[in-house]
Design a protein around this ligand. Structure first.
Ligand code: SAM
Length: 284
């Protein structure tokens, strides 16, 4: 952070900078360096260990796609596990589905939850107070290894594969996630910006391929994740789940009474169409 600008430190040769208005909080939580500041264009912004996590202005893209895509594709989700997700945006979107009976959110850093509730209340919008919310403060990798719970959808809403988030990109973690899925369950993951992080894409592809009968990626443009659209990993043992028809999705979207700003059933279907450079990266 220099002369009033926050410069992201995720990539070696490129960086984005956001003008810092009022700094609302800056501290080390015991797990990560956390800063929350105001930006005239993006609203309130949270960064962890120098990497932008979420902004009030564009959080809806990422949170709507990583929840509504697997939940509407599955069609009968009752139990969801979120690994990470400290800002509460993912939790809020899962709870918008009336059929969802319980969302277990395993977040390693209590400080992220507390400070998000205090300084970014518009993102969680009360989700932490929902009676269906089960907040667990723990390492998500250890949780899936030791838990005996089963979930219809598992959403990995982690930081990038550095620091505490690194374990959430490993083969062991994905293997233990698979053991936590109900039959016909779906695992989806935050998987970086493939134009700048192609190795992260290839690594997840290889690891999921070794565990699941069907796997792939879907994409969405998140303005504050620099470098083009973001990739989301997808894995299940039922290939039909990755290719639901737009008409079925429309019916489920309407039945759930959703109101979205990015997700639509047609965007859902189209988001699995990948550009050639990604297909070549995945073909090795
Ligand atoms: N949208 C962001 C992105 O795409 O990078 C992720 C946002 S969310 C704030 C990331 C969360 O993952 C943080 O709250 C962080 O504390 C949490 N996290 C990192 N490593 C974790 C772990 N091993 N177990 C559970 N939560 C973890």
């Amino acid at each position: 952070m220099t002369d009033g600008w926050f410069t992201e430190s995720l990539h070696r040769d490129v960086a984005q900078a956001l003008r810092m208005g009022r700094v609302l909080h800056r501290d080390t939580t015991g797990h990560q360096d956390l800063v929350i500041f105001e930006n005239d264009t993006l609203g309130r912004v949270m960064a962890l260990d120098g990497v932008i996590q979420t902004t009030e202005r564009d959080e809806f893209v990422y949170h709507e796609m990583l929840t509504h895509v697997p939940i509407l594709a599955h069609g009968a989700v009752r139990r969801v596990l979120i690994v990470g997700g400290g800002d509460g945006g993912m939790l809020r979107r899962c709870l918008e589905h009336p059929g969802v009976e319980r969302v277990t959110m395993v977040e390693i850093d209590r400080g992220v939850v507390d400070l998000s509730i205090e300084y970014l209340p518009s993102i969680s919008a009360g989700a932490f107070d929902d009676p269906r919310t089960d907040l667990v403060i723990a390492d998500g990798c250890r949780y899936v290894r030791e838990s005996r719970e089963r979930f219809d959808v598992i959403i990995v809403d982690s930081t990038d594969p550095h620091g505490p988030g690194a374990v959430l990109f490993t083969q062991e973690f994905y293997r233990d996630c698979k053991a936590r899925l109900t039959p016909g369950g779906v695992l989806v993951t935050q998987n970086g910006v493939p134009f700048l992080q192609p190795q992260e894409l290839r690594d997840t592809h290889t690891r999921l391929a070794a565990l699941f009968a069907d796997h792939g990626f879907f994409v969405a443009p998140v303005p504050s994740y620099y470098g083009g659209f973001m990739a989301f990993g997808w894995a299940s043992d039922d290939a039909a789940l990755r290719r639901p028809g737009a008409d079925a999705l429309r019916a489920r979207y309407r039945a759930a009474g959703l109101e979205t700003r990015y997700y639509t059933p047609d965007i859902h279907v189209a988001s699995f169409a990948l550009p050639a450079f990604m297909e070549r990266a995945l073909a090795g």
